[in-house]
Ligand binder design. Structure first.
Ligand SMILES: NC(=O)c1ccc[n+]([C@@H]2O[C@H](COP(=O)([O-])OP(=O)(O)OC[C@H]3O[C@@H](n4cnc5c(N)ncnc54)[C@H](OP(=O)(O)O)[C@@H]3O)[C@@H](O)[C@H]2O)c1
Length: 333
């Protein structure tokens, strides 16, 4: 059968552009013994993928030219010659930006719980939710009464991280772009929100909402953001380095650094980065906890689902301008 896929056409040096991606139509052979053919129904659009498009090694090897863009997927098994999968099964996998995939089943999971929308398994129950869960609870370790600041707070990682800190009894302040996103964070229970696009001086605006300082900074944005918050970190504060979206498109030589490092000594601070997969063995515990909280209506989420496989590149580029409002997914026709 014929299927379409997006591959990397050229390494990305700064801002991604549609020409960095090439749409190909390829022929898939019929599944062999032990293989399945899957039609991808939902395909994720992830800011973290940006690091793999530059041709340099970051925490993951770079994608080569001509390789399919990586992404999480939810799909339906169309043909199965695999003992563990049946036709019609819905599966979570990492098949990337392609309409169909042939697989030997490695890394493919049947969707375990029909009570939740399937797309959530690559959203709040997928890597974004797991990043929030382990980053906030294991590294941030929020304690009741503390102040937690979350940046890119209206994204799937940030919104989940903030709600988990609220659940732990913290006062939670978010930073997001635009009134709509800030209003939504208020509805989720964030105690205060800064619209960084409207604040004349973001450091001053954050400090005004965190009068007693910040115990946990859960940062998705990058160096300039961390540098702004360092002077108001409280003793023994924790900085969770989750992502650096403001820095991803800036070549290393042009990036701003972190200068307010004296705060690490005076305030005995800890700053730690992590990759969600570090906690892979503990994912089942998080799925149970997050899934139960979603079902009980105690944890809210927002999805931004767009129809049309061919919209993948624009959807990805849009992340860097804040065009998404919630977990960005493409639904194939
Ligand atoms: N460590 C890990 O294992 C791991 C795993 C997954 C994701 N992550 C990271 O977690 C972060 C959040 O991911 P997500 O999936 O939830 O996506 P997300 O927060 O929805 O990312 C897109 C959002 O980033 C904000 N943004 C874009 N450019 C910005 C800039 N220059 N300054 C400030 N904000 C900017 C925009 O929101 P506004 O409209 O509010 O500006 C945009 O909607 C990303 O940095 C990602 O790389 C880390």
């Amino acid at each position: 059968m014929l299927t379409r896929r997006y591959v990397l056409a050229a390494p990305v040096a700064d801002l991604p552009h549609p020409n960095h991606f090439r749409l190909e139509t390829v022929e898939l052979p019929a599944p062999g013994e032990g293989e399945i053919l899957v039609r991808n129904e939902y395909i994720s659009v992830d800011p973290g993928m940006r690091g793999r498009l530059s041709g340099v090694v970051t925490y993951a090897p770079p994608l080569g030219i001509g390789e399919v863009i990586e992404a999480a997927t939810v799909g339906e098994v169309l043909v199965s010659r695999h003992p563990k999968f049946a036709v019609g099964d819905h599966v979570v996998a990492g098949f990337g930006w392609q309409e169909h995939a042939l697989s030997n089943g490695r890394g493919v999971r049947r969707i375990p719980d029909d009570r939740l929308p399937r797309s959530l398994w690559i959203g709040i129950l997928g890597i974004p939710g797991l990043t929030a869960y382990f980053g906030m609870l294991e590294i941030g370790r929020p304690q009741a009464g503390e102040t937690v600041l979350v940046t890119s707070a209206a994204g799937p990682v940030g919104a989940t991280a903030g709600q988990l800190a609220r659940r732990a009894g913290c006062r939670v302040v978010g930073v997001a772009g635009g009134r709509k996103k800030c209003t939504w964070l208020g509805e989720l229970g964030f105690d205060a929100v800064v619209d960084y696009k409207a604040a004349p001086d973001l450091g001053v605006a954050i400090a005004a909402l965190c009068k007693d300082g910040v115990d946990v900074l859960f940062d998705n944005v990058g160096n300039a953001m961390i540098d702004r918050v360092l002077p108001i970190m409280r003793p023994f504060g924790r900085i969770v380095v989750s992502g650096q979206i403001a820095d991803y498109n800036v070549p290393p030589e042009a990036r701003v650094g972190i200068t307010n490092t004296i705060a690490f000594i005076g305030q005995r601070l800890t700053m730690r980065g992590f990759v969600a997969f570090d906690y892979a063995k503990e994912f089942p515990r998080a799925w149970a906890d997050l899934g139960a909280a979603v079902l009980a209506g105690e944890l809210q989420y927002r999805e931004d689902i767009e129809d049309g496989f061919e919209h993948l590149p624009e959807a990805f580029i849009g992340l860097f301008a804040g065009a998404n409002f919630g977990r960005k997914l493409i639904r194939t026709a």
